[in-house]
Ligand binder design. Sequence first.
Ligand code: HEC
Length: 160
Amino acid sequence: MRFIIPLAAVALAFPSLAQQHDPAMHSQHMAQQQPVSGDFRQAVAFPLEMKEHTLTNMRDHLLALQEIQQALAKAEYDQAAEIAEKRLGMSSLALHGAHEVSKFMPQGMQDAGTAMHRGASRFGVAARDVAVTGDLKPAIGALSEVMGACVACHAGYRLK
Ligand code: HEC
């Protein structure tokens, strides 16, 4: 299981690499890969200070998602893009000390992190486009890919 979960995490983090998007198939996969009981996530050791810093960032990630949804609901697309880019996207990497932390991460975890950062930057572009196209669907889809990376990493890894 140790090896299967991180692989599933990568598949979730890169939906384009997955074979299908059928929700029924998806839940079937989840049923196979997620144990009914027990914790099969890979435990990753971070130095204590880095662990605290990471969990603080994580709580801000969740807050950022909420603020993004609120901005979308108010049709404040530039604001939604800016939150994503600054707090979750590529430009947040330095802010989060991602380079330091990545040294302690297994490859699959790094990949999920990269998928989140890239996805957030893509969402930023899609959100800014809404002001021109009036079509919110691509932005919502891109946001769901960002959340897919949260889900994938959480499914595969925990901190010691
Ligand atoms: C690269 C991996 C990774 C990604 C991507 C990731 N997380 Fe996490 N997150 C973790 C780990 C590891 C923990 C600690 C889980 C544990 O030890 O049980 C965590 C914990 C959390 C926590 C709990 C914080 C606390 O105080 O205990 C929240 C909230 C959270 N993440 C939100 C998010 C959100 C929202 C996203 C996406 C926008 C996200 N995370 C993306 C790895 C990740």
